[in-house]
Design a protein around this ligand. Sequence first.
Ligand code: COA
Ligand code: AMP
Length: 632
Amino acid sequence: MGYKEAYQAARDDPEKFWLQAAEAIDWIKKPSFALDDSNAPLYEWYSDGVMNTCYNALDRHLLAGRGDQTAIIYDSPITGSKDKITYGELTARVARLAGALKQHGIGKGDRVLIYMPMVPEAIEAMLACSRIGAIHSVVFGGFAANELAVRIDDATPKAIIAASCGIEPGRVIDYKLLLEGAIEIASHKPDFTVVLQREQSPAALKDGFDFEWHSFQKGAEPAECEPMMGNDPLYILYTSGTTGQPKGVIRPNAGHAVALHWTMKNIYNVDPGEVFWAASDVGWVVGHSYICYGPLIYGATAIVFEGKPVGTPDAGTFWRVIEEHKVVSFFTAPTAFRAIKREDPAGEQVKKYDLSSLKALYLAGERADSDTIIWAQDQLKVPVIDHWWQTEIGYPAAANPMGLEALLVKLGSAGVALPGFDIQVLDDAGNRVTDGEMGAIAIKLPLPPGTLPGLWNAKERFQSSYLETFPGFYETGDAGVIDEDGYLYVMARTDDVINVAGHRLSIGAMEEVLSAHPDVAECAVIGVGDSLKGQLPLGFLCLNAGTNKDHSEITAECIKLVREKIGPVAAFNLACAVERLPKTRSGKILRGTMAKIADNAEWKLPATIDDPDSLVEIGLALQAMGYAKASI
Ligand code: COA
Ligand code: AMP
């Protein structure tokens, strides 16, 4: 079946298409239908089917004779260690950890928060939870204690599994200390923690509350897989919304397993037994789907890479990993390639390695600029596939489906809508724009299996954030264009979310932190273009009258505050004090116009602006920081 046929088949008879796709996973009880639309616009997939995701990722491969195949390759240039774990070993480890969790009172539906760096134990923890039906919520290591606390209060986990530390170039990050801080701030308290002690910085453990990873599991009876209903949540993953309160995206068990399995061949063109590498982090959706669940459900080999594209030890690390482990499909964010290109523009490092195993490179997480794509194509001599997805969706909604049919690659486009996704570009009134015109990217409901059925603890927010603006559609928050051949070009966000080094961050969250500074009366954060990270946050601060502190002292304190409250991942290093913020007459801050001025993009003076001079002040402040080079 080619792309067009597959797309048409999913559109004409979704029941048949998705029940057929569901044959690829193992069921305890097969679903009697695919879609339940009785509660539209809320949808469920495979809701009367019974299965277990961990069983599909592990146990069934042992029965199929893959016990001795490597499931996970751990490659950590930052610690100088490597390891290979077979499916047999991984199953035994996961079953034991799951058994220990069960013995300590964790069961179906309980939440378990995971706060770990890129070590295989992070994957084991995720799978152990899914084995016993506990809902895991992984938090990215670059977030500060406060962000962790917000997630603890929302997910109310019974247990937290953490590592004693994470390792960043030049510094060891005491995860346990951050965790202790978070538990102190949070109103909800977990029953206990399990801590993986790392030699770089072992943590002090509190008797009866903190259990050491190995002793916690000693003598535990391996746990069997818990039967789960198709729509039972597998995990909650928090992602940035427009406010400081992150959105807890719920991922259902069955649709997720079916969809990920489908993508492994049809999009990423790998076969069971081959090596698939997503150089991301378990804290992000890419890590959930393509470091952990996708490759394992499919019987491929996944790589857990603890390092950076540059500096661990050099810009050749990615190529070394591809050669050494014979990676077939490689997935990362464009920012990683920009970092490599900056250090090794002539590709001297690339030449040192044999990359003949590699069939294609996949980029996502942010807009891939043409320079980066062309450089990657020239260096790697394989197709470079930009594809588009979101935490909410869980896997690509648009791509070049290389395994299904390699389509023409169009520079600047994230490919075509995949089977199950009716992607449309709409105007403000919800009408479809003509091909080639810019508008809001929306997806006609229902979304296909594996996508979010809702937000944790936030039923109304789910409806208002995604379903209300365009009735009958899911609002993606992205803006873009579809051309006459159906290729999607994702251009920008329509909301207050920015993308920094492939990390999705909330402007609202940063503004909340800045507003809490005693000298700040009002503030605005915008995303400005950056040649490495894609975007960087930049804050404008209106200070309280009468403050006698130096403005630079206040901005420095604000920068420190964001790092402390949100985390280093926010990369908030640019801020300045201004007299006033440009606003509309109704009081709306003109962030979009400010961002356009900063980036030298075309902009118009909004007709509704209250005080045009306020924009002049912003322009001058931006120029002082090296932005807004075009005159305003
Ligand atoms: N734990 C603790 N701190 C972390 C962290 C983690 N897991 N990940 C990042 N940080 C810290 C970094 O050390 C850095 O701190 P600093 O301000 O003290 O230097 C800060 O957060 C920002 O990190 P990052 O955005 O990664 O920037 P960088 O300058 O360290 O590296 C790149 C730049 C491009 C190499 C890096 O961003 C990268 O590899 N990006 C790929 C992103 C990706 O895979 N995204 C997933 C979507 S597919
Ligand atoms: P996240 O939920 O963290 O995966 O971020 C999703 C957002 O990242 C999307 O809504 C887009 O704004 C952006 N994004 C992801 N992939 C692409 C892409 N291929 N091109 C442009 N933007 C992308």
